[in-house]
Design a protein around this ligand. Sequence first.
Ligand code: C5P
Length: 212
Amino acid sequence: MLILALDVLERDVALDVARKCGEYVDFIKVNYPLVLSAGIDVVSELSEIRPVIADFKIADIPYTASLIADIAFRHGVRAVIAHGFAGSDMLRAVRDVADRHGGEVYAVTELSSQGGREFMTRHTLEIVDVAKEVGCDGLIAPATRPERIAEIKKRAENLRVICPGVGAQGGRLEDVLKAGADGIIVGRTIYQSEDPARTAREIRERIDGLMK
Ligand code: C5P
């Protein structure tokens, strides 16, 4: 599975990159930079090109978290990403909203950045357990630390594990898939390349070759 992280700031650029890369990616992931600068309606427009994952890293009290998730699903997203560290009550609230919309929920285990090690790593496996208990569809795990992916995947059982951090953050596609990831999230390596469609196609081919 290849997920395009579309952290560009302009609506027109986002739609252009999405249209060019659409046939090579399974999902488009949107994050705050795009939504805060282009407005939430861009999410609906992107959803018409490919299914969208709203990476709003929801981490709030259950009531507020439900409102955020509901706005995302009302704009056509297929899935939302919520922080596992916010706890089971919040994940459950987001799960309930997703169920009302027929959508999916992914829980962040630990961030792929160095800072992800400072506090999150200590609790990652507990977060995996809570995500399973709540019935999340998948987990976000760090492509920058393949050894962590293997551990998370083992504990995750049938939850999908998708990994940001390939390319710009230093993670290697081959290592990530070998560690058991079900998909990779790639942003800058694609949308900042000279030819985003060609780069997306090349990554897709590498994934297909490795997952055969
Ligand atoms: O440009 P790059 O490929 O590094 O993009 C990675 C994307 O994944 C960004 O949107 C980033 O916010 C997100 N992300 C991450 N690490 C996590 C969760 C999400 O890099 N643990």
